[in-house]
Design a protein around this ligand. Structure first.
Ligand code: 13P
Ligand code: SF4
Length: 304
């Protein structure tokens, strides 16, 4: 099918089936254009929680679809490609969480939303890059086991010196490839540019940022800024929304791996097949869902 036919077919199926399409900023521009809502992980989980539709199509990676299902156990949640998984979501073991819990008192397990449902089920609260700092500050426990992302954990810890942090060695390969040297080279070449950093980058890169924040935070900052040129350290899919909001500004991306292969699994073709065949449905163990729901609802409560 040609692009226009695909768009038409997706819109017709969406209406017929009363589906809602959610897309993350890292998906392709074509997917973002057809989605009902586009946003960062926190915003999309809020929309999923409140959506009246019985059918949710999540254009993103598996942990996002799983979170939508956990918050809507009676709804059908579909993912355009079952291979669209985030490697960081698996970078802590259940045994490690149990071990750290057993060894420490007055401890909260704080879990980045980029994690499997099973990991969330063993956690006290979830966070995203948009709300992690606020939530950690609101937690009563004096010790925080931050999983799976060491970089986001370090970024938060720096700003909450009153708490003791235990880290875990998880990371995002895409953001890890955005090195300090590459950012410095870009800054030397474009000295007027402001540096925008996602907190999944390593601490030496975060330290170079004029702004550090979630994908939606980066878009908001760039849109409000008086500057015309930016060096951006996050996944390249965000360029679509940055350019849509700021057609005359220049965005320079750094990193050896700028694209997240999992996010790029979603296309108009896979979205069309998903809606047509109602595939690939997220199914999770009931008990895991109940426990993981607690951590996600705690996030929504503490982020208020
Ligand atoms: P945001 O919540 O900032 O959109 O980040 C999601 C993500 O996967 C970053 O790699
Ligand atoms: Fe995971 Fe990184 Fe891809 Fe985000 S960009 S989904 S953290 S691999």
């Amino acid at each position: 099918m040609k692009k226009q036919e695909l768009i038409q077919a997706i819109q017709t199926l969406k209406k017929e089936k009363d589906a809602i399409i959610l897309a993350h900023y890292y998906t392709d521009g074509d997917v973002q254009e057809i989605a009902d809502y586009v946003g960062d992980s926190y915003y999309l989980s809020k929309i999923a929680k409140e959506a009246p539709q019985q059918l949710i199509v999540f254009c993103g990676v598996l942990f996002m679809g799983e979170s939508a299902k956990i918050l809507n156990p009676d709804k059908k949640v579909l993912m355009p490609d079952p291979k669209a998984d985030c490697p960081m979501a698996h970078m802590v073991t259940l045994e490690e969480i149990k071990r750290v819990r057993a060894e420490h008192e007055d401890l909260a397990v704080v879990c980045y939303i980029n994690s499997t449902a099973e990991i969330k089920a063993l956690s006290d609260v979830c966070v995203t890059s948009a709300n992690a700092l606020k939530i950690v500050k609101n937690i009563e426990a004096s010790k925080i086991f931050f999983i799976p992302d060491e970089n986001l954990g370090s970024y938060v810890a720096q700003q909450v010196p009153e708490k003791e942090f235990i880290f875990n060695k998880g990371f995002c390969p895409i953001h890890k490839s955005m090195s300090k040297e590459l950012v410095q080279e870009a800054k030397a070449q474009y000295p007027e540019a402001e540096i925008l950093i996602h907190p999944e980058c390593t601490p030496d890169v975060v330290a170079l940022g004029d702004y550090v924040g979630s994908t939606s935070g980066i878009i908001e900052y760039a849109t409000k800024s008086n500057k015309e040129e930016f060096i951006v350290c996050t996944e390249i899919g965000i360029e679509y929304a940055l350019k849509q909001n700021n057609p005359h500004k220049v965005f320079r991306f750094v990193g050896e791996m700028k694209a997240c292969a999992s996010m790029k699994c979603v296309s108009l073709e896979t979205l069309y097949e998903t809606l047509k065949n109602e595939q690939y449905e997220i199914t999770l163990d009931e008990d895991v869902m109940k426990k993981a729901e607690h951590a996600l609802l705690e996030m929504h409560r503490l982020a208020q």
